[in-house]
Design a binder for this molecule. Structure first.
Ligand SMILES: Cc1cc2nc3c(=O)[nH]c(=O)nc-3n(C[C@H](O)[C@H](O)[C@H](O)COP(=O)(O)OP(=O)(O)OC[C@H]3O[C@@H](n4cnc5c(N)ncnc54)[C@H](O)[C@@H]3O)c2cc1C
Length: 414
């Protein structure tokens, strides 16, 4: 039976019931985009009873608060491949699910301001093109023509990819909720994961705020709270959370999405895209220590607005109609974590850890699929998972891998 026909036979089937003690073929911790799509993929792969435990409500972590940017112009091979897989998934959702995450293709410009930016961007472009990404180099005049709101003459050129775009994060939560319901995943909201149950050093189940569930397979997610989920499991997972601020300007005719692509000012860590006739822009303060403070830092917001106004002068006179701060997940090397849990005594069979490393809109479905594959078979065709496991980190959480150079300015430690 092909995967699709398995799915067709599961679609809108009631959740399998299990009389007696609470058991599951797999338990997924966390109902964000990584955990939820993972539960869906596990079910689609043929697992009978998949339970998703979410301490709050589906999507109430980072996943409903994101800016939604999906960028093929990644800084590493794995970053590009995860984004390619996720983008294909977003485009296939309507056929597969009857709904979608609202992927909108808009094109993404990454401008360069120094010769060092140009050299790095050209090297990345060669790598991206070799993987089939249709990104291209724009000369300074072409940058100004492609984005008429950008102050002219500011850049030394930049890379542009027509295929990049963004999803609607709330719509993505709605899409995965529909997918979970359609495939009969047992969704348990307001149920917290509190720990693993081990018998003779092997996984035998999970503990939750509503009692134990016997299972041989667990996938741990948690976004900004993944380290805490790890602590509850007796594991050290180097992942953190940091404040990330988003604001949306008032409308202006110059900011119509027909005129303005998305832009990532990589050196500053500031990005923006059209949103309902205005510009949505976002950034974290790289000097701020990690934490879950969600109050708006107005003085840092002013600095973000200053940088935006210098590059997009029309925004200087515009008020803001939305401002919020949320906690974004990150890993020390800004790359995802996909692999077996590592206990002090070695890999913990049956327990898989998954984090999108702060890029869950552009990588989330692919990370979820790869984590489901690793849980079921130990490997994945989505991406080369061998280098993305927890064994790349030392005791202090330092990674053996070079950091993804096209990332938000996350902290480098946890
Ligand atoms: C403001 C902002 C803007 C962003 N913009 C982008 C963007 O443009 N592009 C992009 O790719 N990414 C972006 N991101 C990052 C992206 O949102 C995240 O990488 C992604 O949502 C992480 O998904 P997740 O499922 O791992 O985590 P979450 O969505 O946080 O889900 C984890 C879930 O686990 C639950 N949980 C925690 N502990 C427990 C427990 N003990 N038991 C049960 N459940 C538990 C939480 O309640 C939560 O619902 C942004 C993030 C923020 C905050």
């Amino acid at each position: 039976m092909t995967e699709r026909s398995v799915y067709a036979s599961l679609k809108l089937m009631p959740m399998p019931t299990s009389p007696g003690p609470d058991t599951a073929d797999a338990v997924v911790v966390g109902g964000g985009t990584v955990g939820a799509w993972c539960a869906y993929f596990l079910r689609r792969s043929g697992l009978g009873r998949v339970v998703l435990v979410e301490s709050d409500l589906l999507g109430q972590g980072a996943s409903s608060r994101a800016a939604g940017v999906v960028r093929l112009q990644g800084g590493t091979v794995a970053a590009v491949q995860l984004a390619q897989w996720s983008r294909r998934f977003y485009l296939s959702q309507r056929e597969e699910l009857g709904t979608d995450s609202g992927f909108t293709q808009l094109g993404y410009l990454l401008p360069c301001f120094t010769q060092a930016d140009v050299s790095a961007a050209r090297a990345r472009l060669a790598m991206q093109n070799s993987l089939g990404v249709a990104a291209r180099w724009l000369e300074p005049g072409e940058v100004d023509a492609r984005n008429p709101t950008l102050a002219p003459g500011q850049t030394l050129g930049g890379t542009f990819c027509e295929d990049d775009g963004y999803i609607s994060p709330p719509r993505n939560v709605a899409a995965y909720t529909a997918a979970l319901l359609a495939t009969g995943v047992d969704i348990r909201e307001r149920v917290a994961f509190t720990g693993l149950s081990l018998r003779a050093g092997r996984l035998s189940g999970v503990q939750t705020s509503r009692g134990p569930i016997a299972t041989g397979t667990v996938i741990l997610t948690g976004g900004p709270k993944l380290a805490e989920v790890g602590r509850r499991s007796g594991l050290r997972i180097p992942a953190g959370g940091a404040r990330h601020q988003i604001a949306v300007t008032e409308r202006h005719p110059d900011l119509a999405s027909s005129r303005v692509p998305m832009v990532f000012d990589v050196p500053a860590g500031l990005y923006w895209r059209p949103e309902e006739g205005g510009l949505l822009f976002g950034m974290s303060n790289p000097a701020e220590p990690p934490g879950d403070d969600r109050t708006v830092d107005h003085s840092y917001l002013d600095r973000m607005r200053g940088r935006l106004a210098r590059l997009v002068p029309v925004t200087a006179g515009l008020g803001l109609r939305k401002i919020y701060a949320a906690t974004i997940d990150y890993t020390p090397d800004h790359l995802p974590i996909i692999g077996p849990a590592l206990a002090p005594a070695g890999p913990l069979a049956g327990v898989t850890v998954a984090s999108a490393g702060g890029a869950g809109m552009m990588w989330g479905p692919a990370v979820a699929r790869a984590a489901a594959d690793v849980a079921l078979t130990g490997t994945s065709e989505v991406v080369e998972v061998g280098s993305l496991g927890l064994d790349r980190f030392d005791e202090a959480g330092r990674s053996k891998l070079a950091s993804d150079p096209v990332a938000l300015p996350f902290p480098e430690s946890v």
